[in-house]
Design a protein around this ligand. Structure first.
Ligand code: NAD
Ligand code: ZN
Length: 366
């Protein structure tokens, strides 16, 4: 069946730190590839960073790079040899595509996020998925049930980050857990901690609006507003008081695990002081190349510090969590823009004077 494709529309960030909506012809899938009509894309902090700095860490935009890596859509054409998806399938796009070679230890052992030559769509030189028609290696598309909304499919990407963190941190039933930062990652981490049965859960942020949002999302969560004028030890003591009061068992309660979702140095210090001895500070946040940590505090209290680089093997699980109703991602969307206004959507997400958690860009009907 021959289908009439529309003009393609793509949001790129340029090396001159501009956002541009580019029109082009609809691409064609090559062998092993599928053409996806992207129906929803979430804006990530890294999209904003790539635009405002023409790069992120070691990755620089030399000409222009399409933004976006949180996307879901419909397969509209397949290339030669594609058997895992067909036209009409609703799919989630896994944006990190590793080399997959038999000589790559990380690909071979299932830790493909650590493949040294992983292609991540939206990290130059790879274009992102904030476009109408995206060509993707078919093996990195995941079929989802018809019951899933486009927004839910798109947000499987940030869920994958937090799911990977949740599994690696081994969050457990009845475990006191601290989450530092109530941005998009912090609140998705909150949904994961709640679904894991952690209790009590305390979440921190500088912003009372973001804490109110977290509380609306998960009413049982306890919030702690960080005041940067207080030192980390004081903040940690006050956070432990929140745990102790929430548990109300007549004994002090400290978090066994802290899920650090800011990447901010002072927050990592607070996490180190607040976490129980022999506990875990699991750092999802990323930040400066070098930061100081309270080394002796971590040492004498035998605290483990772990890090995360994205995810591997998370999509099938994430799909089951959302489709099965265990995790509801829709309430984290605070505003939706049509693809024609994708530049405005990224500006909105970057605008600190306007409240937002997850900004979504859609093309076509729900
Ligand atoms: P965000 O910037 O939107 O949210 C961070 C939140 O932390 C904000 O609400 C901010 O007010 C709050 N905050 C800042 N300083 C604080 C402090 N001292 N104490 C408490 N809260 C504080 O970012 P996000 O999109 O939610 O992502 C969170 C972090 O996770 C970022 O560093 C991001 O780069 C990182 N990240 C890591 C991975 C990974 O693979 N490791 C993947 C995705 C995102
Ligand atoms: Zn590899």
């Amino acid at each position: 069946a021959s289908q009439q494709f529309k003009e393609n529309l793509t949001l790129v960030a340029t090396h001159e730190k501009k956002l541009e909506l580019k029109r082009s012809a609809c691409p064609k899938p090559g062998p092993g590839q599928a053409l996806v009509h992207v129906r929803a894309t979430g804006v990530c902090g890294s999209d904003v960073h790539f635009w405002q700095h023409a790069g992120l860490g070691p990755w620089k935009i030399t000409d222009c790079t399409a933004l976006g890596h949180e996307s879901g859509g419909e397969v509209v054409a397949v290339g030669e040899g594609v058997t895992n998806v067909s036209v009409g399938d609703r799919v989630a796009i896994e944006p990190g595509v590793p080399c997959g070679k038999a000589t790559c230890n990380f690909c071979l052992t299932g830790q493909y996020n650590l493949c040294p030559t992983v292609d991540f769509y939206s990290v130059p030189p790879k274009d992102g998925t904030l476009t109408r028609y995206h060509v993707h290696p078919a093996g990195w598309l995941h079929k989802v049930p018809k019951s899933m909304k486009w927004a839910e499919i798109a947000l499987l990407e940030p869920l994958s980050v937090c799911l990977s963190a949740t599994l690696r941190a081994e969050l457990k039933l009845g475990q006191p857990v601290l989450i530092t930062g109530a941005g998009p990652i912090g609140v998705v981490q909150l949904l994961c901690a709640k679904a894991s049965g952690c209790s009590p859960i305390v979440i921190t942020d500088l912003s009372s609006e973001r804490l109110d949002f977290a509380k609306k999302l998960v009413p049982s969560v306890n919030t702690y507003q960080v005041d940067t004028k207080k030192d980390a030890k004081t903040a940690a003591r006050e956070i432990v008081d929140v745990f102790t009061n929430a548990a109300d068992m007549g004994v002090q309660v400290m978090p066994e695990v802290t899920m650090e979702c800011t990447g901010v140095e002072s927050s990592i210090h607070t996490a180190a002081y607040a976490t129980q001895s022999a506990g875990l500070v699991f750092i999802v946040g990323v930040g400066k190349d070098f930061i100081q940590v309270p080394f002796m505090e971590l040492s004498v209290r035998q605290i483990t510090v772990s890090h995360l680089f994205r995810y591997s093997n998370t999509w099938p699980r994430a799909i089951r969590l959302v489709a099965g109703g265990v995790i509801d991602l829709l309430p984290i969307v605070t505003k939706t823009f049509p693809l024609e206004q994708a530049d405005e959507a990224v500006r909105h997400s970057a605008d600190r004077t306007k409240f937002s958690v997850k900004t979504l860009i859609v093309d076509g009907e729900e």
